[in-house]
Ligand binder design. Structure first.
Ligand code: PGA
Length: 244
């Protein structure tokens, strides 16, 4: 499968900015052989979907409720996302874990629900700098995989070392290659999954993306800051040309 490039807009872009951004992006990625997905704020989903009609861009959300409905002020359900046109959802991003106290169990409930209703989940995992420095990276990743993917069948993973998110420097591609291989083997053993797709995320930009895209176990990239500018994001998409 072609590489998957996912832009994570976080809490950026109004509806007007979304429409403008997508109208400029779509001709730039029209011929690209990568998959192009954008995880946008809730209020941008519907206009982003409308602006993407007839293009290769798919729109998704950055979070969803672990329940389908109820008295849950401020929450948005997966079915509502689908109705707005979302085809995927990011789950357990490190900002959700750190700032909104999401834990592995809740992320697991969300991933199972997403699968049940047919929304593709991208479950984010990754160690903090402190955990890395203590030599706990593999242990942390195993714990996250065990808990988040329990009973989950076809969700994707995004390996995002917390220390690389929003940082100046991304992780070393060699480290990423080893970790992706480790996670793939672990998922295959622990959950009986044949092959899980794993994206890399954290400080990806047009100058470092080639290094990651050349790695076969990197199914694609999750791009934060560099996805906000049309041209910069398109350059990352173009770098995926011919890479499998
Ligand atoms: P970044 O963010 O590319 O700005 O480091 C990645 C992410 O948080 O998904």
């Amino acid at each position: 499968m072609a590489k998957l490039i996912v832009g994570n807009w976080k809490m950026h872009k109004t509806i007007a900015e979304t429409k403008e951004h997508i109208s400029l992006l779509r001709p730039l990625v029209f011929r690209a052989d990568a998959e192009v997905w954008l995880a946008v704020p809730y209020t941008d989903i519907y206009p982003a979907v409308e602006a993407s009609i007839g293009s290769r861009i798919k729109i998704g959300a950055q979070n969803m409720s672990e329940l389908l409905g109820g008295a849950l002020t401020g929450e948005v359900s997966g079915v509502m996302l689908q109705e707005a046109g979302a085809s995927f959802v990011l789950l357990g991003h490190s900002e959700r874990r750190r700032l909104f106290f999401e834990d592995n169990r809740s992320i697991n409930r969300k991933a199972k629900l997403a699968e049940r209703i047919g929304l593709r989940a991208i479950v984010c995992i990754g160690e903090t700098l402190e955990e890395r420095e203590k030599g706990l990276t593999e242990e942390v990743l195993m714990r996250q995989i065990d808990a988040c993917l329990e009973g989950v069948e076809n969700s994707f993973l995004a390996y995002e070392p917390v220390w690389a998110i929003g940082a100046k420097e991304a992780a070393d591609p060699k480290i990423v290659e080893n970790i992706h291989r480790f996670c793939q083997n672990y998922v295959a053993k622990a959950n009986g999954h044949k092959e899980v797709k794993i994206l890399y995320g954290g400080a990806v930009n047009p100058s470092n993306c080639e290094g990651f895209l050349a790695i076969p176990s990197v199914a694609g990239l999750l791009v934060g800051g560099a996805s906000l500018d049309v041209k910069t994001f398109a350059e990352i998409v173009w770098s995926a040309e011919g890479k499998l």
